[in-house]
Design a protein around this ligand. Structure first.
Ligand SMILES: Cc1cc2nc3c(=O)[nH]c(=O)nc-3n(C[C@H](O)[C@H](O)[C@H](O)COP(=O)(O)OP(=O)(O)OC[C@H]3O[C@@H](n4cnc5c(N)ncnc54)[C@H](O)[C@@H]3O)c2cc1C
Length: 463
């Protein structure tokens, strides 16, 4: 039996980065990943393929709106075979690079699934056993099938299938109103499908403010998505013509039909078959691997990182958790746990929705004193000339000195603009600090100065 300082189960974003850092610390490292091809969710079936396709759909949308800009672009349509081929080529290149990193010789790579036989030993699919002082569980997540009446009995797509389409579906019923449902629902609409989106909560993107969600909902409806929030699905059935959903909404019963069903109701951690009982690793009530702020599980030498433990399915968090695990496991001094007051979140719908730091709902719940100001994109020069009128920028700051607490942006390229706040927030800057910086005109970014100025006035007015 081979033994290592560090064994990583799963070579995705969390696992790869943990292995990289541990190897850099001079440790003997092994990575086990049974996937073929290697690459992890982000590269193969998550962020990268979805953003490749969403960007193409945005270009198409702009081309179709050419008249607004005084342009003639007749019959702009999606060439799905070409889009699909382009996506495959881009993703293959990213995956090739990741596989190269994983086989670089800095650590031993075992291309097999692993399961615990005890708290220090795992068995690989072929029967080989590996032992390690420290172990990381980084097995990711998979699409789940919640108990919706009829869902288990009808054919449905997951995000994997939507990302792999090489044709324009005639119509798609999207179940869910989370990030994946919204991003890919809009993508399907933009390539030419009729889209019906059914969401259980009162508004889509329920982790965000109703105000922000309302902007995205409006944009969806303006693009022709038939969107029902606050629904309860009563029955899903299928026949050779497609899917029928019967659902309750606003006190009435509705029936809608579509050729295809897209289950975007959520994901679940990959823990089945891992032998966590044999290792004495406990799960949370929601089935994630339970961890403390150093990513240690109920067995302190076994860590978890990424989607398998959460709390959010976001790549930069998975990376940060993986790096933290490697440093904590091998005694690097001066470490800090991941700072949840800096949480950064982006939804790549169009308009995009991005938040950083404290959300207004969190400030209210905590009873924290804060100042806020917002400014709409439809009154901002650069966005007006870009015909990008949806949304606003909203800033939250502490009232005494105007220290930034958080920001919410809905609008064109919000996912880029939100980064104007990343460094200042991490450095505990005030609105006055941000206003000392230069802001070029005309840019989308300069819109941020308006709420900053308003808050600065309020802070000064308090003295
Ligand atoms: C459609 C979609 C779009 C997304 N877009 C974004 C986005 O724009 N931005 C963002 O931040 N996040 C996005 N995400 C989420 C993001 O992709 C994940 O949070 C992230 O990739 C999770 O990384 P991970 O390391 O936890 O898991 P993964 O990358 O899934 O890695 C887990 C690895 O473990 C391996 N494994 C599983 N079980 C075993 C076992 N028993 N033994 C050995 N190996 C095993 C798997 O083969 C896999 O390679 C998106 C997700 C989806 C589905």
């Amino acid at each position: 039996m081979k033994s290592y300082d560090f064994l990583v189960i799963g070579g995705g974003s969390a696992g790869f980065n943990a292995a990289r850092v541990a190897a850099g610390l001079g440790k003997r490292v092994a990575v086990a990943d049974g996937a073929n091809p290697l690459g992890g969710l982000c590269i193969l079936r998550g962020c990268m393929p979805s953003k490749t396709l969403l960007y193409a759909a945005e270009v198409l949308h702009l081309a179709q709106a050419a008249k607004k800009f005084g342009l003639k672009i007749p019959r702009a349509t999606a060439d799905m075979r070409a889009m699909h081929a382009r996506k495959k080529k881009i993703i293959a290149e990213f995956a090739r690079h990741r596989a190269q990193q994983l086989t670089s010789g800095h650590y031993d790579l075992f291309r097999q699934h692993a399961r615990f036989v005890d708290a220090h030993t795992v068995e690989l699919t072929g029967g080989t056993r590996l032992a390690a002082d420290k172990i990381l569980i980084a097995t990711g997540s998979r699409a789940s099938t919640p108990p919706v009446p009829g869902l288990a009995d009808v054919p449905c797509w997951t995000s994997d299938d939507v990302l792999d389409l090489d044709f324009v579906p005639e119509s798609v019923m999207v179940l869910g109103g989370g990030i994946v449902a919204c991003e890919l629902g809009q993508y399907l609409r933009r390539i030419g499908a009729r889209v019906i989106l059914l969401q259980r909560s009162a508004h889509i993107l329920r982790d965000h403010s109703p105000e922000a969600s309302a902007v995205v909902q409006q944009a969806f409806r303006d693009e022709g998505i038939e969107l029902f929030a606050g629904t309860k699905i009563l029955k899903l059935t299928s026949d050779r013509r497609g899917i029928t959903a019967v659902f309750a909404h606003a006190g009435k019963t509705f029936t809608r039909r579509a050729r295809h069903l897209f289950n975007a109701l959520g994901r679940e951690p990959v823990t089945a078959g891992l032998g966590l009982d044999a290792a004495g690793v406990r799960l949370t009530r929601t089935g994630r691997v339970a961890t403390n702020r150093w990513q240690q599980t109920s067995q302190p030498h076994i860590y978890a990182g990424g989607d398998v433990c959460g709390p959010d399915d976001i790549v930069h968090l998975a990376v940060a958790q993986g790096e933290l695990v490697a440093r904590h496991a091998f005694g690097v001094k001066g470490l800090k746990p991941i700072d949840d007051t800096l949480l950064l979140n982006v939804v790549f719908t169009n308009p995009q929705l991005a938040t950083i730091g404290r959300l207004e709902s969190q400030l209210k719940k905590k009873g924290a004193a804060y100042l806020t100001a917002s400014y709409p994109f439809n009154d901002h020069g650069k966005s007006i000339l870009m015909e990008a009128n949806y949304g606003y920028v909203k800033v939250f700051a502490e009232p005494k000195r105007g220290r930034l607490l958080g920001a919410e942006i809905v609008g064109k390229d919000a996912g880029e603009l939100i980064h104007c706040f990343s460094t200042p927030l991490a450095m505990r800057a005030t609105v006055f600090d941000l206003l000392r910086a230069p802001w070029y005109h005309p840019t989308l970014a300069e819109i941020i100065t308006y709420p900053l100025e308003e808050i600065a006035e309020k802070v000064k007015g308090a003295f």
